[in-house]
Design a protein around this ligand. Structure first.
Ligand code: CP3
Length: 346
């Protein structure tokens, strides 16, 4: 893959593109019948550990949708599972931790990861994908706060009460945990980049549950360390969380090249909050894709106009593809986005 001709990589750097690049968070997954067919015989963590399956699942949406980037088929809990944290991904629910973290003594359970030994399947999947792909490959990791929230709550959470309690009652343990999870993310991301990932996305999916003060003090330093380590490799960095409208400037400041925006905040407002030094990624409401092609296309047109005004726009959904999504609607949207002409508008 010739990097200089990728609209996706150019947009990451706010450089000119011949069409707006597009990919979809959770583009691989339950909305695709070909994915369900594979997953019928393997758990998600087993599929991740099998390079042949993981490659095929990564390629499925690229073939079907013609998107401008592939995202590695893995999960944000893969590194933690690989170093022996008991975790299961429960369909329809998400990661569930056998023994949740609650005190200082749990920190030692997070030993350093050696990616060549602990996650050789991820490295092999990436190397194989690089031979098969003619679009860039996005590697990813969970940001320290979001991974911590799973480890501490023991599973998906609405209010993050245990996580916030630890943060506010035992700072040394909290910061020790953030430190270890930052190291885990750095080692995982650097190994993905060395294997051939062309860009990375740091998912801080649940950071939107935090106030600006808590995010700045308890979370941003560890995240900034991850993004700085990746930045040192020269790899483009996307930083995303759900419901982070109030945090966007802080998330940009943590060291991203591209800031992901969910559908609650317009790209125009995001642009004003972040400034022109970062590209924007987003931000179609995934529910509108379920609503049908025409509602999704209408909103897409607004988003494309806003993105063009910002300069440096990667089209995406505001969060992951919903399971009930009709893949044909996504395929038609990609065609629409690729044929959209910014100069053709009034
Ligand atoms: O296509 C892609 O985006 C690549 C693959 C990918 C998966 N997980 C595979 C997966 C990516 C990028 C992730 C990241 C991930 N995992 C995040 C961050 C992204 C986000 O949604 O904010 C988070 C929070 C997780 C944890 C997780 N794993 C959740 C909340 C779930 C959903 C559970 C469900 O069934 O609704 C998972 C499971 C999961 N990871 C699925 C996929 C395709 C779907 C379930 C399945 O196939 O069994």
């Amino acid at each position: 893959m010739e990097k200089s001709v990728s609209p996706f990589l150019n947009a990451c750097r706010c450089e000119p593109v011949d069409h707006v690049p597009v990919w979809f968070m959770r583009q691989a997954g339950r909305s695709l019948p070909e994915y369900r067919a594979i997953r019928a015989s393997a758990s998600i963590l087993d599929a991740i550990k099998n390079p042949e399956l993981a490659c095929e699942i990564t390629l499925q949406p690229v073939r079907r949708y013609g998107v401008d980037a592939a995202i590695l088929f893995s999960d944000i809990v893969t590194p933690a599972a690989a170093i022996g944290i008991g975790v299961e991904i429960v369909p329809g629910r998400g990661p569930v931790i056998a023994e949740p973290f609650r005190s200082a003594s749990d920190i030692a359970r997070l030993r350093p990861i050696e990616p060549e030994i602990d996650t050789p399947y991820v490295i092999e999947t990436i190397r194989t994908l690089k031979r098969a792909l003619d679009v860039p490959l996005i590697g990813f990791a969970g940001a320290p706060f979001t991974v911590a929230s799973y480890l501490i709550e023991g599973g998906p959470s609405r209010n993050f009460t245990h996580t916030k309690a630890l943060m506010h009652t035992d700072e040394p343990t909290w910061f020790a945990l953030m430190d270890r999870l930052a190291d885990l993310a750095i080692a995982s991301l650097v190994s993905q980049i060395e294997a051939g990932a062309d860009a990375i996305q740091l998912f801080d999916s649940w950071a939107g549950s935090l106030s600006r003060r808590d995010y700045s003090y308890f979370v941003k330093p560890a995240t900034a360390r991850v993004l700085a380590a990746v930045g040192a490799t020269g790899c483009a960095r996307i930083h995303f969380g759900v419901g982070t409208g109030e945090l966007l400037d802080l998330m940009a400041d943590a060291g991203a090249d591209v800031v992901g925006v969910d559908w609650r905040t317009s790209l125009t407002d995001a642009s004003a909050r972040i400034g022109r030094h970062h590209a924007l990624q987003g931000n179609l409401d995934p529910a509108l894709v379920v609503a049908g092609y025409e509602p999704a296309r209408r909103e897409t047109e607004h988003i494309l106009r806003e993105g063009a005004r910002h300069g440096g726009h990667i089209f995406n959904l505001g969060h992951g593809v919903l399971p009930e999504t009709d893949p044909d609607v996504l395929a038609r949207l990609v065609e629409y986005i690729h044929s959209w002409d910014p100069d053709g508008r009034q």
